[in-house]
Design a protein around this ligand. Structure first.
Ligand code: FAD
Length: 542
């Protein structure tokens, strides 16, 4: 799948009429593609940039019920999300893993620990599992010695789950493609097609990979689904032929940012959930692939919407304050930050003063033949897909069988011939990340390639596989999303580029000139969107 020539093959067949065309290759589009193919629809997904390059690679990576939604009395959202968490933990072992949280309690918190305990009881009951327990400050410090703030009263231990968001998207898309779907990245929707009733009946798409001569192509379908996340309003404007009337839904774009620290600066083995000392918003600190992450902010994103938004100075200060409050003896400073990342979510604008009060539930609506699916969470992508297809039924001449609740992720393969040096925890991680591609990944690995790249829990074998078979067009697709070393290695992995080149350049079939160009744009991108803003001391060596 996605071997040499795959894009040309898709472009040569793309003009056929489709049952549905999905705009956007984030988790929402991926889930719809997977479910649509499963019910027998002929489905095409087009992504303007790389798969998962939007918000779906920039989340907090939690597969969770969203304990905070319970506080806002959104029991329905929490119920569905915890049920989905339980399902994903079962189906996606190795990709979605249980994560132990400590929820701290301080005298300044807006709610006392006993109220949080009640909330966690409800949270556990919704999941049909009992996993939380109260600990006093001494016991909590035994579980996480870095919690040295003398004001700490104690807190609860509970269980949620953690994933690699971009890999989740890719696994869902690849399983859909294996099932007969078509998905292509670097293919942008520039406009919509309308039938004689002025209803949307297709899209105008353009190859933006710079790898082919195809310019604009018109492609028809019975239904177009807009799963363009924070970019959805741009597509909706095409459906209206102008601006969106004030009577229609309007999207509010909220940016959330994270700081990444090397383990040596923030050595935590468990996740911490706390209220921010400034505004009592829930924030998280968690270990992920060999680094520690603090997030997130929730601010209106007023800048133009690019694929790679940037953290602001204020957000950095806000997040550092969480670290210094929880772990005063670690003396976290800006100079300890390894990298940063920011994502923009779309929520329905109801005009709330506090962005965090806007609902995170997903919404589906229909405008002039265009079905828009937006909001929601990474965790609930399967439910969003099912709801979208349920709404789509009346526009499709194809009969959709009632949508079952089959597995969302395929059973992992049982025929992998493992190298004896690969330990069981790495085997499980590879099965989770690559699903039914794992046997070929393992077979293609060269001697010693299961070693991790430095401390980052990603092996050289994964890099080789991704370069060979996972639809990489640019270097950032490889380093930021297929494997996550752009986030988990110091300086975005730039000091490792020569070693990386030895493995991937021939797999990607890039000559030296292309390699240099790709490295230059990767370094530029990393400095712009993933490092500290330059005036705060971005000292990358190139
Ligand atoms: P996106 O992932 O943004 O995908 C939309 C895609 O559409 C993009 O890739 C874009 O390039 C493409 N596109 C746009 N215009 C066009 C066009 N013209 N043609 C073709 N393609 C186009 N949820 C959780 O469950 N757990 C979490 O821990 C969590 N943390 C979060 C933290 C932050 C900071 C944020 C912002 C969100 C978080 N969420 C979390 C929510 C979750 O990440 C989002 O709901 C989800 O990723 C949205 O996915 P999407 O597919 O709708 O949008």
């Amino acid at each position: 799948m996605w071997k040499k020539g795959w894009r040309d093959q898709i472009w040569s067949e793309i003009k056929q009429p489709w049952d549905i065309i999905i705009i956007g290759g984030g988790i929402t589009g991926a889930g719809i593609l997977r479910e649509a193919t499963r019910v027998g629809l002929n489905a095409l997904l087009v992504e303007a940039h790389d798969f998962a390059s939007g918000t779906s690679s920039r989340s907090s990576k939690l597969v969770h019920g969203g304990f905070r939604y319970l506080k806002n009395a959104q029991i329905r959202l929490t119920y569905y999300a915890v049920r989905e968490r339980e399902r994903l933990l079962k189906e996606g072992r190795g990709l979605i893993n249980p994560l132990s949280f400590l929820m701290t309690s301080f005298p300044t918190d807006p709610l006392p620990a006993w109220v949080m305990g009640l909330g966690l009881t409800v949270y556990d009951m919704l999941a049909f599992r009992w996993g939380h327990q109260y600990h006093d400050a001494r016991e909590l410090r035994a579980l996480c010695p870095q919690l040295t703030n003398p004001q700490l009263l104690g807190g609860h231990r509970y269980i949620d789950a953690l994933t690699d968001d971009a890999r989740l998207v890719l696994r869902v898309i690849r399983e859909a493609v294996r099932n007969g779907a078509t998905a292509i990245n670097y293919t942008k929707v520039d406009g919509l097609l309308f039938n004689h009733n002025k209803k949307v009946c297709g899209v105008i798409i353009r190859d933006v990979s710079n790898e082919s001569d195809v310019h604009e192509v018109e492609v028809e379908s019975q239904l177009v689904i807009n799963a363009a996340g924070a970019w959805s309003d741009e597509i909706r404007k095409c459906a209206y032929g102008s601006s969106i009337s004030p009577k229609q839904h309007h999207l509010r774009k909220l940016r959330g940012s994270h700081l990444i620290f090397p383990q040596k600066s923030l050595p935590i083995a468990r996740a911490i959930s706390a209220f921010h000392p400034d505004d009592s918003r829930p924030v998280f600190v968690f270990p992920w692939k060999g680094v520690s992450i603090i997030g997130t902010t929730d601010v209106d994103h007023t800048q133009s919407l690019q694929t790679d938004p940037q953290i602001s100075d204020e957000e950095i200060d806000y997040l550092i304050r969480v670290g210094t409050t929880l772990f005063p003896t670690l003396e976290l400073k800006k100079s300890n930050i390894q990298s940063t990342f920011s994502g923009v979510r779309a929520v329905i604008d109801t005009g709330k003063v506090d962005p965090s009060k806007e609902s995170r539930e997903h919404l589906i609506w229909h405008e002039n033949g265009l079905l828009t699916v937006t909001g929601g969470k990474l965790t609930t992508f399967r439910l969003m897909a099912k709801d979208a297809l349920f709404s789509a039924r009346k526009w499709l001449s194809v009969k959709i069988p009632s949508i079952t609740s089959q597995r969302m992720l395929d059973d992992p393969p049982s025929d992998v011939i493992w190298d004896s040096t690969v330990d069981p925890s790495i085997r499980l991680a590879l099965l989770g990340r690559y699903g039914n591609d794992a046997p070929r990944l393992v077979a293609n690995a060269k001697t010693d390639e299961f070693k991790f790249i430095d401390q980052c829990q990603t092996s050289w074998a994964e890099l080789r596989w991704a370069a060979q078979s996972e639809g990489v067009i640019h270097l950032d697709d490889l380093l930021m999303r297929r494997v996550r070393i752009g986030l988990t290695l110091p300086e975005g992995g730039i000091p490792w580029l020569e070693n990386i080149r030895r493995i991937v350049q021939s797999e990607l079939e890039w000559d030296d000139h292309r390699w240099k160009q790709e490295c230059d744009s990767y370094i530029d991108l990393w400095k712009r969107s993933y490092s500290l803003p330059s005036h705060l001391g971005n000292k990358t060596k190139t």
